[in-house]
Each structure stands twice: as C-alpha cells, then as structure tokens.
Design a protein around this ligand. Structure first.
Ligand SMILES: NC(=O)c1ccc[n+]([C@@H]2O[C@H](COP(=O)([O-])OP(=O)(O)OC[C@H]3O[C@@H](n4cnc5c(N)ncnc54)[C@H](OP(=O)(O)O)[C@@H]3O)[C@@H](O)[C@H]2O)c1
Length: 292
C-alpha cells in the first residue's frame, strides 16, 4: 500500500497518513502497533513526550527493521518546557528515548504561554539540521500570528483536532492561506463520540463498500489534510490506509460537511486556565497521578 506525500513549505515531504500512538501505554501494544503499521506500509509515526511511550516507539521502529531514512517520525514538546535550554534538553531526551539521531518533525504541543522561547530553540535545532521540519499543535490563528511577531521561521504544520463533528473550517482556510499544512488529530473523533456510528456516515460507507472509519479518513484526505489515526488492532491499522482506491463524490463530501457541530473531544486552545494548569504535569500518567 503506497501512501501519498504532502509537501511542506520547506519542500520536506510528509506521508499523508501516519500512525498515532496517544493513550497506548502498554509497551508491547506500542511496539506491535508500530511494527504492524510499518509492515502494512505506514512510513509516518506520531508520538509525544506527553504520551510517555517514546521509548516503546523506538523499540517498535527497531523491531520493524525499517531503514530509518524511509520513516517520518514526529514528537512534541510538552507545556512545562518553556525556556531555550529546557527545550534543547527535552529534544535530546526525546531523541535518546526514540533511539534516533534526528527528528523529521517537532511540534509545540499546546500554545501554553512562553512558547516563543521554545520556538527559538526549535528554530536553532532546525537550522542545525537536527530536525527536518518544525511546527505547532493546537494553535489558533491568533496564536500563530503572535508567534510570528518574534519567529524567523513560520511553522510548517499545525496539528489540530479535526473530524466531521469538529471540521475547523476557518482554521482550514487560514492555514491554506498561510501555506501551513493542516494535520488532523483524532481524525476518527477519538473513539469518544459517535462519528463512526453516525447514520449518514454509515450509509455512505455501505455505498462505497468501505467501513465508516475509511469514509471519514477519505473525507480528510480529499480535504488535503494529513491524518494520524490511532489503533492497537492490526486489522484496523491495515484498514486505515486502505483508502486510496475510491473517491467520495461532491455530494457525499457535502453530506459529511453538513455534520459539523464545532464540537471538540479534547481541550480548547482558548482555555487559558487549562493551558496554565497543563504546565504542572508532563506526561499523561503524571496528569492522572496528580488528579489534574
Ligand atoms: N496534538 C494533540 O494535542 C493531540 C491530541 C490527541 C491526539 N493526537 C494524535 O492524534 C492521534 C489520533 O487521535 P486519537 O488517538 O485521539 O483518535 P482517533 O485516531 O480519531 O481514534 C482512535 C479510536 O478509534 C478506534 N479506531 C481506530 N481505527 C478504527 C477503525 N478502522 N474502525 C473502528 N474504530 C477504529 C481506536 O480503537 P482501537 O485502538 O481499539 O482500534 C480508538 O478508540 C493520536 O494517537 C495522537 O498521535 C494529538
């Protein structure tokens, strides 16, 4: 299965589908998911220091036997890291855990205050050739504009929550205008809402002889987004890239567009209180332990 690439502003190519590994904490599950994905044809893995599984992702990559240069690996800097030196140190910790000597993409995970310094360090890592591309995640348009007041390099990607119930149409347009690639997290709705149980989605799926997940993922692809669906099941991992042998017609694209409710499954980047609180923990496990 061959997955198309999308060109970033700096010419670097990112495979349009990657494997997401959020909320997979069991090492063997992480290793297997990464290995199965690479065996199935994935060439792009999306992790984060916050997920607490970079080490297992590294093991999965090694277990797959793939040539490093053929793989696109993303990780993210959590909200507690907001100085130049801390960003440099965190970058090295992530590399060590992933057992890599460069990253393809590093993102600022959330626009928690102080991100200008984090970005300054990331620009230097990029200029030194230690990261092929740099970007942000969960940034609204005004936060990108604020970053650009001090930045010398524009983010190449913004990874934001996007699915049929939260279509991000304004951000989608803004990002296209700015030549920043729109990457969709929770592209299936995160398994927390009923995107995959929606009658209209199911009706369209049966028409194309595909699953509801495949139709939703195909809708993202036709909008030109990069997607990173997560699964711990081998058959679903395979199914989620088997989306390049059919095309949704305009009518069906419009029907899915009509499902938008601007309804998030995750936190809002406009919530200042949450952004401040998020600096008090650094992994999902730490957050749960501290009851935050
Ligand atoms: N930047 C951010 O702030 C941020 C936030 C959240 C997520 N992310 C990234 O985005 C990735 C994806 O988001 P997500 O994990 O929240 O949600 P998602 O990919 O939208 O959905 C994952 C859920 O859908 C299920 N699923 C996967 N494939 C399926 C299929 N073919 N049929 C039916 N169900 C299927 C999975 O279950 P099984 O695993 O049991 O198959 C899981 O419950 C994450 O892993 C992470 O890399 C980034």
């Amino acid at each position: 299965m061959s997955i198309p690439d999308i060109k970033l502003a700096n010419g670097v190519e990112i495979p349009q589908v990657g494997l997401g590994v959020f909320q997979i904490s069991d090492d063997n599950e992480v290793i297997n998911s990464v290995k199965w994905a690479i065996e199935a044809g994935y060439r792009h893995i999306d992790t984060a220091s916050f997920y607490g599984n970079e080490e297992a992702v590294g093991k999965g990559i090694i277990a797959s036997g793939i040539d490093r240069s053929k793989l696109f690996v993303t990780t993210k800097i959590w909200n507690d890291i907001r100085t130049y030196d801390d960003t440099m140190a965190q970058f090295q910790r992530s590399l060590d855990k992933l057992k890599l000597d460069y990253l393809d993409l590093l993102l600022i995970h959330w626009p928690a205050p102080g991100y200008e310094e984090t970005w300054r360090a990331m620009e230097d890592l990029y200029k030194d050739g230690k990261i092929k591309a740099i970007g942000v995640s969960n940034f609204q348009d005004y936060q990108i504009k604020h970053l650009m007041e001090t930045a010398t390099i524009k983010p190449m990607i913004d990874q934001i929550e996007t699915h049929p119930f939260m279509q991000q149409n304004e951000m989608h347009e803004f990002l296209a205008k700015e030549n920043i690639v729109h990457e969709a997290w929770s592209p299936l709705g995160g398994g927390k809402n009923s995107v995959l149980d929606n009658d209209l989605v199911k009706e369209i799926a049966s028409k194309y002889n595909k699953s509801a997940a495949q139709v939703v993922l195909r809708w993202h692809i036709q909008r030109g987004e990069v997607i990173i669906p997560k699964s711990i099941h081998q058959n679903r991992i395979q199914q989620n890239i088997d989306i390049f042998d059919f095309e949704l017609n305009n009518d069906d694209m419009n029907k899915i567009a009509s499902l938008n409710e601007d309804k998030r499954v995750g936190s809002s980047p406009d919530n200042k209180e949450w952004l401040e609180k998020s600096k008090e923990f650094n992994t999902l496990a730490d957050r749960i332990k501290k009851g935050l």
